[in-house]
Design a protein around this ligand. Structure first.
Ligand code: DAK
Length: 260
């Protein structure tokens, strides 16, 4: 697969996708979105990949939003095509069966904040800056920000961020629950790899089934959510990993799970 604006590295069962347009602070243009779709297709097909990390190249920016230079002159039809592509990629990322981590290494503005919100876990370097500045550009957040930000940090805080367009530093983002960890500048990719490795020590099916239950459950009422949990819990008992995990506990040894 030939990629121009992003890089895909697969190492130790962890895929790392790096958005690589440092001159434009890794802004999302059509090519980046198309290549992300291609790379996600490859990752979906590869059962040996157990976790995905998403980051931006350089130490200044994760993703400084959708590419304003490209968007500026779009007409309504072109805007819709761009929107469809973006929403498809972001949903594909959100619905990936493996756990995903955003390693936010600087600006995460507009579409960049929304991209991070489409991952499961966000960790950030101390220089990271989050924001949804779209209303200042005369548009609404268009890659899920009006929906995923409030689910992540609550409606009132999300409204304050989106209505004001103000940026939020890493410390505040941690307080708000937008991210789960801050690390020194330059360390965020390694921290994300450590986190992915910790996750990958566990039974892959159980991790992935937990993700499915949580992602689907958040849109269900409690009773339906608990029914879903019962279903995925039951299915675990048809896996080798459940037998191995519980036998290892009884035998006082470390479990060796399949697919590792
Ligand atoms: N798009 C294109 N180029 C960008 C960019 C962006 N979002 N952000 C930065 N750049 C480019 C700059 O133009 C500059 O290019 P040159 O002039 O060197 O050619 C280069 O990156 C370095 O930027 P600066 O010189 O501005 O660097 P500073 O350190 O001074 O400032 C900054 C960094 C991140 C604070 C500043 O660049 C900035 O405010 N950037 C824009 C941030 C922003 O507003 N982001 C939100 C974009 S709107 C849609 C769905 C979703 C969206 C839209 C539509 N549909 C449903 C259709 C999403 C919208 C957005 O994300």
């Amino acid at each position: 697969m030939k990629l121009n604006s992003i890089e895909l590295l697969i190492e130790d069962k962890i895929a790392t996708l790096t958005i690589n347009r440092p001159k434009a602070l890794n802004a999302l243009n059509t090519e980046v979105l198309q290549e992300l779709a291609l790379a996600l297709n490859e990752i979906e097909k590869n059962d040996n990949i157990l976790a995905l990390i998403l980051t931006g190249s350089g130490e200044k920016s994760f993703v400084a939003g959708a590419d304003i230079a490209e968007m500026k002159d779009k007409n309504a039809v072109e805007g819709q095509i761009f929107s469809k592509l973006g929403n498809k990629v972001f949903s594909q990322l959100e619905n990936l069966k493996i756990p995903t981590i955003a390693a936010v290494n600087g600006f995460a503005l507009g579409g960049g904040c929304e991209l991070a919100l489409a991952t499961d876990i966000r960790i950030a370097s101390e220089n990271a800056l989050f924001g949804q500045p779209e209303v200042g550009l005369g548009i609404t957040p268009g890659f899920g920000g009006t929906q995923r930000l409030s689910r992540a940090i609550g409606l009132s805080k999300a409204k304050e961020m989106i209505f004001t367009g103000r940026n939020v530093k890493a410390e505040q983002a941690l307080d708000m629950g937008l991210i789960s960890q801050i690390v020194p500048k330059g360390d965020v990719l390694n921290a994300a790899k450590d986190l992915a490795s910790k996750i990958n020590r566990n039974a892959p099916y159980a991790v992935q089934a937990s993700k499915r239950a949580m992602n689907q459950g958040i849109n269900l009422d409690l009773e339906q959510g608990l029914n879903l949990e019962t279903e995925v819990f039951g299915l675990c008992f048809s896996t080798e990993d459940q037998k191995e995990g519980m036998s290892a506990f009884i035998d006082k040894r470390k479990a060796t799970f399949l697919n590792k």
